[in-house]
Write a protein that binds this ligand. Structure first.
Ligand code: ADP
Length: 340
C-alpha cells in the first residue's frame, strides 16, 4: 500500500514537472557545495514528494551527515529552478528567502538553509508533517473552539513577532498555515512578505530587499512619491495581516471564508461592505459563541487603524470565556519572547 502511494506521488511529480517546468531533482544524494558549517558538508537524501506550489516542488529531505553518523533528521526540501523564466519571479523568490531566513519563532516554519546545486535552488525547511489548517478544515468542516483558540493564539504570536520587526506577511491564509507533528501552527511561505522601512532607512539604502520590493511594486525608484514611503513609516500597512486573521478565524469556525463568492469582484464588494453571515447551527458545526463573533467583527474592520494588534487580539474575551479552554499549548514562550 505504501509503495502504491509512493508510486502515485512519483507519477504526480513527473506530471507536474512536465506541465510546469519545475526544477529537476536528482533522485538520490545531494551534496551541499561550498558553504558548510564548521567544515561539514551536509548531505541530503531527497525523499518522497510532499506537495507542489506555484513554482516549487516540495520533498522530504533527509539530512545525513556522515560525521554525525546515524543521526537522521528529516526536513522539507523546497526545490526551485535557479533560473526562472521571468526575472521578476527570481527577484521575488530572493526576497522571500531573505525575509524568511531572518525569522526565528516557534510558530514560523524554521528556515534551515538554502543552497544552489546544479540548476536548482534548494530551501531546507522545518518539516510540517500534518498538512495545513486548510486541509484540516476541508476534512473536518470546522474546528472546535479549543482548537480555534490555540491556533489563533499561535498565529498571533508569530504575527506579533513579525510586526515588531517590520515584516508584514501579506499572504496569510489557511493554506499557508502548516502544522507540525505536535499540531503546532507554523506560518510558511513568505512569498509576498515585505519589510516596512522608515524614510531615513530607505534613504540610507538599508534593507535592500524592501527597496527592491517597493520598486517592483511602485515603478521606477527615482519617481517614488514620498507618501508611499510615509505610509510605510507610520501607516497601517501591517494591519492587512490582522484582517487576514479575521478571515481565518471565521473560516476555522464556520468552515468557509466569510466573503466566499464565485467572482473576485463580488468578494471585494462583500468585504468592503462587511457582508458576511454566520452559518446556522447544524450537526456539523459549533455553536458559535457571541464572543467569537465579536472577535471576528473586531478583526474585520474596514478602517485598518480600528483593527486590534496581535496583543489586543489575544486579550479578547473569546480567549478567556469559560475559563478560556484552549487546546493546551505553551503560550508564554511563543508569545512574549523578546524581539532581539
Ligand atoms: P509555492 O511557494 O510555490 O506556492 P509552497 O510553499 O506553497 O510553494 O509549497 C508547496 C507545497 O509543499 C505546499 O502546499 C505543502 O503541501 C508543501 N510544503 C511546503 N512547505 C512545507 C513544509 N515546511 N512542510 C511540509 N510541507 C510543505
Amino acid at each position: 500500500e505504501m509503495a502504491e502511494e509512493e508510486a502515485k506521488r512519483a507519477e504526480a511529480a513527473k506530471k507536474a514537472l512536465k506541465e510546469k517546468e519545475y526544477a529537476p531533482v536528482p533522485p538520490e544524494w545531494v551534496l551541499q557545495p561550498a558553504i558548510s558549517q564548521g567544515g561539514l558538508a551536509e548531505k541530503f537524501r531527497v525523499g518522497r514528494c510532499i506537495g507542489k506550489g506555484g513554482f516549487a516542488m516540495c520533498y522530504e529531505g533527509e539530512l545525513r551527515n556522515k560525521i554525525q553518523g546515524h543521526d537522521r533528521k528529516i526536513f522539507a526540501l523546497k526545490v526551485v529552478k535557479s533560473k526562472m523564466s521571468q526575472k521578476k519571479m527570481e527577484e521575488k523568490f530572493r526576497t522571500e528567502l531573505q525575509i524568511h531566513a531572518k525569522m526565528r519563532h516557534p510558530n514560523i516554519v524554521e528556515f534551515h538553509r538554502a543552497f544552489t546545486f546544479k540548476e536548482s535552488t534548494y530551501v531546507v525547511l522545518e518539516l510540517c508533517s500534518n498538512g495545513s489548517i486548510m486541509d484540516m478544515v476541508k476534512k473536518r468542516r470546522c474546528l472546535t473552539l479549543p482548537e480555534v483558540r490555540r491556533y489563533t493564539i499561535q498565529l498571533c504570536g508569530a504575527i506579533k513577532y513579525m510586526h515588531a520587526r517590520n515584516v508584514i506577511h501579506r499572504d496569510l491564509k489557511m493554506g499557508n498555515l502548516f502544522l507540525d507533528r505536535e499540531m503546532n501552527l507554523k506560518i510558511g511561505d513568505f512569498g509576498l512578505a515585505a519589510v516596512l522601512v522608515s524614510t531615513e532607512e530607505y534613504q540610507l539604502g538599508l534593507y535592500e530587499n524592501a527597496k527592491k520590493r517597493r520598486t517592483t511594486l511602485c515603478g521606477t525608484p527615482n519617481y517614488i512619491a514620498p507618501e508611499i514611503l510615509e505610509k510605510a513609516k507610520g501607516g497601517h500597512d501591517y494591519k492587512v495581516d490582522i484582517w487576514a486573521i479575521g478571515v481565518i478565524v471565521f473560516a476555522m469556525l464556520a468552515g468557509q471564508p466569510p466573503f466566499q463568492s464565485s467572482s473576485q469582484n463580488e468578494i471585494y464588494r462583500k468585504a468592503r461592505n462587511l457582508e458576511y453571515d454566520w452559518p446556522q447551527k447544524d450537526r456539523h458545526l459549533n455553536d458559535i459563541p457571541e464572543e467569537a463573533k465579536d472577535l471576528v467583527a473586531q478583526l474585520l474592520k474596514v478602517e485598518a487603524e480600528e483593527r486590534p494588534d496581535a496583543d489586543e487580539v489575544v486579550g479578547h474575551p473569546f480567549f478567556s470565556m469559560h475559563g478560556g479552554n484552549a487546546m493546551p499549548l505553551i503560550m508564554d514562550e511563543s508569545f512574549t519572547r523578546e524581539i532581539p
